[in-house]
Design a protein around this ligand. Structure first.
Ligand code: CO
Length: 298
């Protein structure tokens, strides 16, 4: 059967399987990019999925003090509990469902550690960290935080209850996010029961991809199959993104749909620093080493 592309429905440019790597103080992540196949996906620089895993007592690990400059880190704890501290004297907890949108700007040193009781007792861990690039004009801005507790993240549901979405950034199914982003970003967490399908509207100029956290589904105008731990990158050939969980599926389809306006500037990156030129990268390393980004006071 030949599929006829519906008007304005985006087709797929690539499906990539996440690679497993070790981060921070030694925890495993699934990383669809960056890697040799996809270096970045303007304006996104990295996506890591932590877990899902059931941790034993004392097994939880985090990322002790490390710097960032020139971009934003978005931490979404689906299950688990973390505490963070930073060089500006800011600290707090992130519990199940909470989101922290941290604009590192000119530089911050922070730690992201499992919360003590969660570390002692163990339990289910699942989370995501997304890196969003900043345009040149905002790379050296003062750092800022947006911390959104789970109960403040808007949730929309279809009339038949088969599609549910948590609206972290952008809008979906009539709900608008509470987070303010420096450049236009869409960050949606979808849950589709077997037999559910959705067409999400997206601005024409957004780059967009989906990352599948659970189950499998059919994506894009071609209705291509993709599954857990795969990322589906869409072409910019429409303003609608289709996906479905087939009615014969045995589990729900859970995915992140991410989109954003491409920044279109040179990207020079070295570990936790992402700038526009080599000179700016060297300066970032110098500023960190000299202590200009501060340190975490206890
Ligand atoms: Co960090």
């Amino acid at each position: 059967m030949t599929q006829i592309k519906e008007p304005n429905q985006r087709s797929i440019s690539d499906i990539v399987t996440a690679k497993t790597t070790v981060e921070g103080d030694g925890f495993t992540v699934h990383r669809p990019f960056p890697n040799y196949d996809v270096r970045d996906f303007d304006p996104f620089l990295l996506l890591d999925e932590m877990g899902p895993i059931i941790l034993e007592k004392g097994e939880a690990k985090g990322a002790s003090a490390h710097p960032h400059r020139g971009f934003e880190t978005v931490t979404y704890v689906v299950d688990g509990s973390f505490e963070h501290r930073d060089s500006q004297g800011h600290s707090g907890n992130l519990d199940s469902g909470d989101v922290q949108w941290m604009t590192a700007g000119c530089g911050i040193v922070h730690s992201e550690m499992p919360e003590k009781e969660f570390a002692q007792k163990g339990g289910r861990l699942h989370g995501f960290q997304l890196w969003v690039n900043l345009p040149k004009k905002d790379k050296m801005m003062n750092p800022r935080y947006q911390e959104i507790p789970s109960k403040k993240i808007p949730i929309a549901q279809s009339n038949d209850g088969k599609v549910r979405v948590k609206v972290i950034a952008g809008q979906s199914m009539g709900k608008k996010a509470v987070i303010d982003t420096k450049t236009p970003i869409m960050y949606l967490h979808f849950f589709l029961q077997p037999g559910a399908q959705i067409t999400q509207e997206i601005p024409n100029n957004f780059n967009a991809f989906a990352y599948i956290a659970q189950g499998q589904g059919l994506f894009g105008a071609e209705q291509k199959l993709a599954k857990k731990e795969q990322a589906v990158f869409f072409k910019n050939d429409g303003n609608k993104i289709f996906f479905s969980n087939p009615s014969n599926a045995t589990e729900s389809l859970e995915l992140l749909l991410l989109g954003g306006t491409p920044i279109g500037e040179p990207v020079k990156r070295s570990g936790p620093f992402v700038m526009n030129t080599e000179e700016e990268l060297e300066q970032a390393i110098k500023d960190f080493q000299s202590g200009a980004m501060g340190k975490i006071e206890n």
